[in-house]
Ligand binder design. Structure first.
Ligand code: ADP
Ligand code: SF4
Ligand code: MG
Length: 385
């Protein structure tokens, strides 16, 4: 409770911890809340006089992972790597080309599985742009009450729920319920969006850059609010952000994406202390440090990501990787079989026995303060090995 920095506006007794044993839980604690299998989305690029598909943007390509019950899974990667497309696919806001989604044991959209309507009750999303997510003509209480009303809750009950939710996210309903979005600050609008996402009592929240547009101090307040709500409402989060500090702060596990694929996944401490993929190493090395001695003078990751319309063959990172060898452009590395979802897995030939990469037995040592994936560090690492 003390960690919530807006504790003045959250009454201590407004949130009751969910008792152990959520009645909605079907498969038990060990069954992933969401299972994502071989998900693929290629956006068509049309052209020519017949406006036919001439190419496609490979936004999400054969992505498989699990979201475990009660965890926060952080998703990181450069802009354009497919994070938002992944989020929209999970929410079924766009159709997937291939792949399967299984929510707590139920296949999504299949006959006998969970319907899209039921899925929306269980899974909600908060977007980056707090303003455009709210109807400017509706007072915020009506915006929050809208979802339950659409799902058949009587108007009066929905309004009462909305007032309680505003209270939960730290906005006194007496002060805020009748305000319009333009009368709120960015942080307050994002709190309303969180309340709206909670209105159907979901189990999984997908937060797509939900705090990225906020001032640092407001961002910290909203992050603490999210942590608080997660504990008290038994929520699970998929937290997408380009900010590695924020992801480290809030996540239990981290998934790293590059050009539509997962290159590394594992517990947050492992990923941040011993990243295995050269791309993850470069991403972490490019974080800004407050310590002048730790500052990077050379960009750890040079150049723009390749075009997702025509991604490089084999390992998609090979055009930027200082450790790339012939095998890297010929064969696609895989994350391997993952019987244990908690395992730290990496898709890189250097970590794949028998791949043919010369460094398979001695992958380069990560040098946290200066990064690994630069020609300069490559020289240093060669000296160290
Ligand atoms: N509706 C769309 N039509 C065509 N290309 C798209 C569409 N949405 C996203 N993309 C492309 O898919 C890739 C991934 O985009 P996105 O998922 O938004 O990345 P991120 O959220 O990681 O920045 C980008 O190359 C983007 O241009
Ligand atoms: S597979 Fe090769 S190119 Fe890809 S990250 Fe590993 S070493 Fe670099
Ligand atoms: Mg995005």
């Amino acid at each position: 409770m003390t960690s919530v920095s807006n504790s003045k506006t959250i009454k201590p007794n407004t949130l009751k911890a969910v008792p152990p044993g959520d009645p909605r839980d079907r498969g038990g604690a060990l069954q992933p809340l969401l299972l994502v299998e071989n998900l693929r989305k290629h956006f068509p690029i049309k052209g020519g006089i017949f406006n036919r598909r001439v190419a496609s943007v490979k936004a999400v390509d054969d992505v498989s992972f699990e979201v475990l019950k009660g965890e926060t899974l952080g998703v990181v990667g450069e802009s354009g790597c497919g994070k938002s497309t992944l989020a929209r696919l999970l929410m079924n806001l766009i159709d997937r080309d291939e792949g399967a989604l299984v929510f707590d044991g139920d296949q999504v959209g299949d006959q006998g599985g969970i319907s899209l309507r039921q899925l929306r009750r269980n899974m909600q999303m908060v977007f980056q742009d707090s303003s455009s997510s709210l109807n400017p003509r509706l007072p915020i209480m009506d915006s929050v009450a809208y979802g339950p009303q659409v799902h058949g809750t009587p108007s009066k009950v929905a309004q009462q729920t909305a007032r309680e939710l505003l209270e939960k996210v730290g906005l006194s309903p007496d002060l805020f319920a009748s305000r319009y979005p333009h009368e709120l600050s960015g942080g307050q609008k994002q709190r309303v969006n969180i309340a709206r996402a909670l209105a159907l009592d979901p189990r999984l929240l997908i937060l797509d850059e939900a705090v990225s547009a906020l001032d640092k101090s407001v961002e910290a307040q909203v992050l603490n609010l999210l942590r608080y709500l997660k504990t008290h409402l038994s929520l699970t989060y998929l937290f997408i952000s380009h900010d590695l500090h924020v992801v480290q702060y809030i996540s239990d596990r981290v998934l790293v994406m590059y050009l539509g694929e997962i290159v590394e996944i594992g517990p947050v401490d492992d990923i941040y202390s011993t990243p295995k993929h050269p791309y993850t190493q470069a991403l972490l090395a490019s974080q800004l440090s407050m310590d002048p001695a730790e500052r990077v003078t050379e960009a750890p990751l040079s150049g723009d990501p390749p075009n997702p319309v025509d991604p490089p063959s084999g390992c998609r990172f090979h055009t930027r990787c200082p450790f790339a060898e012939t095998v890297c452009s010929q064969n696609t590395p895989s994350l391997g079989k993952r019987n244990d979802p908690q395992r730290h897995s990496v898709a890189c030939h250097m970590h794949e026995p028998g791949s043919g990469h010369s460094r398979t037995q001695s992958p380069p040592v990560y040098v946290p303060s200066h990064g690994a994936a630069t020609p300069k560090n490559e020289r240093r690492l060669q000296g160290a090995l």
